[in-house]
Design a protein around this ligand. Structure first.
Ligand SMILES: [Zn+2]
Ligand SMILES: [Zn+2]
Length: 282
């Protein structure tokens, strides 16, 4: 009679580093329905109460200028299409990364990440993906602050997608643990779908342009700035539930609602968009 040996396979993994954000739904997205009532009288005049209309400004020139000034070669076009601005990018970062290992750009862009805190997500590398981001050219506050239900929330000026603060399984990303440890030197990583992205400040951009620099746009058309403003570090306490506020900025001297990155969760965006999100496709 044979002796059966039961081998126990112990999987020692680094766990949680391979995100599947495309299926992630923001569990904290609690949009409220706006109310507005208006009555039309028989004489042809419209009266209403509560349905306040805010005039939105067309900021397409500002957006095109920002992407043009940054000049990422992987952003192939930024154009106006009706009420939207279309941004086409292949999502490949303009900086080195350990995630170029095994990619088409390994010989020029791969770098070993020697930080002891870093654990590379296995099997993931950078691939070119044809993205089209479609953001409102005249962003304005939405009465129902909603999340899209996908991880992709915006686009950095270097053409890399910005993701929300949730990893696989709707796990909120926290500093120094879980998926966070797989972020490379510049704060990004690819998911198993090979889509390189940032959940936190893209510090390649802020190192080059300044911690108070414009770094990109969320899908609702409102700009995202780095973690400093007027020489001071911005914290969650300075921002609203959506991770933004309204002040004058260098690119928007008349003032605009904008998001800030912070070093603490939720890093880029809070519970939904301040405005009405556009779309993204790949
Ligand atoms: Zn991720
Ligand atoms: Zn600000």
């Amino acid at each position: 009679m044979k002796t059966l040996i039961f081998a126990t396979l112990l999987f020692v993994g680094i766990g949680n580093v391979g995100c599947k954000e495309e299926t992630t739904v923001n569990p904290n997205a609690t949009g409220t329905t706006g109310t507005g009532t208006g009555t039309t009288t028989g004489t042809g005049t419209t009266t209403g109460t509560g349905g306040t209309t805010t005039t939105a400004t067309d900021y397409s020139t500002n957006v095109i200028k920002a992407f043009t000034a940054y000049g990422a070669k992987n952003v192939s076009s930024v154009t106006v299409d009706g009420d939207y601005i279309l941004i086409k990018t292949n999502g490949v970062p303009d900086h080195k990364s350990p995630y170029f290992k095994g990619s088409a750009w390994e010989s020029t862009l791969y770098v070993n990440d020697t930080r002891s805190s870093f654990k590379q997500a296995p099997g993931s590398y950078v691939a070119a993906i044809n993205y089209t981001f479609r953001i409102p050219k005249a962003p304005k506050e939405s009465s129902s602050k909603k999340s899209l239900g996908t991880a992709t929330i915006g686009i950095a000026l270097n053409g890399v997608p910005l993701f929300n603060q949730y990893a696989a399984g709707n796990t909120a990303i926290a500093v120094g643990t879980g998926e966070y440890v797989s972020f490379d030197l510049y704060g990004g990583h690819p998911s198993p779908n090979l889509d390189y992205h940032y959940h936190i400040e893209p510090n390649f951009i802020t190192t080059a342009k300044g911690s108070d620099a414009l770094i990109g746009y969320l899908l609702d058309g409102f700009p995202v700035y780095g973690s400093k403003e007027n020489g001071k570090t911005v914290t969650n306490a300075d921002l609203d539930a959506y991770h933004g506020h309204t002040t004058k900025t260098a690119e928007y001297p008349n003032g605009i609602y904008h998001y800030h990155t912070t070093s603490e969760a939720p890093f880029i965006n809070g519970n939904g968009f301040f405005g009405t999100a556009g779309t993204w496709t790949k």
